[in-house]
Design a protein around this ligand. Structure first.
Ligand code: PLP
Length: 436
């Protein structure tokens, strides 16, 4: 027995949870064909009025609304199972652990990961990308290079900048083609033996462009670089198979996938995660602690210091089951048709310019209105219960590149319909009348 205090809660955690894990997964009876009216009936908030009008929620890219079964799962957790995970030998703690680890297995399945140990629960995409940048940068040398794209959300730029400042590495940026897709020829020219990481968003939150991840991964791996993906806007809309995409890490947020806020995921290839140092120190992430030093638990617990967001993970597991309860191909086809409808309808409004989002954008549409600030437009739209986002969408460098201070962005969820798009278009006409 080594000197010091032996304290190994995380080490016991998976072992204790393991026998319970399979029963933590509630099987569902195959995906249903997409049905808008049935989807809408699942979301209690959609029945409320805003300023006396039907809620037209077109800001799902910022945060999705929650189906009743997610709300119920979180409520049930606190009413019936609440206890801390991994530590207790009593019934409630074992139930909570089973539910928490069961959610991890659901996420593993959702992403097509090989092993639940590849799934780390964190606060959201932002924290996941901070973890990635912090842990990966421990290996960088001055003059190493990190490649990001011009489309990135600040969450997939600032953490890399912080890590670059600490290590002397440099950030390089993939420019865009005229339709705002990534310029892959320029990307090729950026890659070299100093490239450590390529960090790109799967779907751009500002323009909806979908990145060709497989190609990006192949080219990055050819020079020995790792590929880290910001999947915040992709996970709710596209089927994700991390192995097929070829990425090394993939981050997404629960609240954009119809789950609770405060919970998110970092997928990391097991061998990679096993080779990384911890991100934060504290309980649960250690194997042993003495006054002099500590040794660390294996992934995923090495990266989950402290009490995790247990109810959040339970809610996220339920949200994933909900998403997967609909046939995702038909849901995706529906969303694409609705986006095309929106592009067509918006082009009928005087002075509106839709900003292209690559060839097949996903669920996000940005536009600018001649002579009208997007904030003013969004404020007027709110008078009619229409929720859209105006601003730089945490993508200031992209706005600079586009030559606009901000855009007006509508984004779709499973519950969005033509009536929402029509209300938006009518609202924009009103904005033009008032301000144009
Ligand atoms: N990346 C993208 C592309 C996003 O759209 C967002 C949020 O809008 C984030 C990262 C950050 O997500 P979160 O705030 O949930 O951490």
């Amino acid at each position: 027995m080594p000197r010091g205090i032996w304290y190994s809660c995380a080490g016991r955690a998976l072992a204790r949870a393991a026998p319970f894990m399979p029963t933590g997964i509630v099987p569902h009876s195959g995906p249903r064909p997409f049905d808008l009216e049935r989807v809408r009936a699942d979301f209690p908030i959609l029945t409320r009025l805003v300023r006396g009008k039907r809620l037209v929620y077109l800001d799902t890219a910022a945060s999705a609304q929650k189906p009743a079964r997610v709300l119920d799962a979180v409520d049930r957790f606190y009413r019936e199972h609440n206890a801390n995970v991994h530590r207790g030998v009593y019934t409630l703690s074992e139930e909570a652990t089973r539910l928490y680890e069961g959610a991890r297995v659901r996420v593993q399945r959702f992403l097509g990961a090989r092993d639940p140990r590849e799934i780390v629960f964190l606060r959201g995409t932002t924290e996941a990308l901070n973890l990635a940048a912090f842990c990966l940068s421990t290996r960088w040398k001055p003059d190493d290079e990190i490649v990001v794209s011009a489309l990135e959300h600040h969450s997939n730029l600032v953490p890399w900048q912080l890590a670059a400042e600490r290590t002397g590495a440099r950030i390089r940026v993939i420019p865009l083609n005229a339709d705002h897709s990534l310029d892959l020829d320029a990307f090729d020219r950026l890659l070299n033996e100093r490239t450590q990481v390529v960090a790109v968003s799967h779907v751009s939150n500002a323009l909806g462009c979908v990145a060709p991840l497989r190609e990006i991964s192949e080219r990055a791996h050819a020079v020995g670089a790792l590929v880290v993906v910001d999947g915040a806007q992709a996970a709710p809309h596209l089927p994700i198979r991390v192995a097929e995409l070829g990425c090394d890490m993939y981050a997404f947020s629960g609240h954009k996938c119809y789950g609770p806020t405060g919970i998110g995921v970092l997928y990391g290839r097991l061998e990679l995660m096993q080779s990384l140092p911890p991100y934060q120190g504290g309980g649960e992430m250690i194997r042993s602690v003495s006054f002099e030093r500590s040794t660390y638990a294996d992934p995923p617990h090495r990266f989950e210091a402290g009490t995790p967001d247990i109810s959040g993970a339970v809610g996220l597991g339920e949200a994933i089951d909900y998403l997967e309860s609909w046939d995702r191909d038909s849901a995706r086809a529906y969303e694409r048709a609705l986006l095309e409808y929106a592009i067509e309808r918006l082009s009928t409004v005087d002075g509106v310019r839709v900003l292209a989002g690559g060839e097949e954008p996903a669920a996000v549409l940005s536009c600018v209105l001649k002579g009208i600030h997007p904030h003013d437009a969004a404020t007027i739209l709110d008078q009619d219960g229409i929720a859209v986002r105006a601003g730089h969408h945490c993508a200031q460098p992209l706005m600079e590149l586009l030559g606009v201070p901000a855009t007006l962005r509508m984004s779709l969820g499973l519950y969005s319909g033509r009536d929402d798009v029509d209300a938006f278009v009518v609202g924009l006409r009103k904005v033009r009348e008032w301000l144009g």
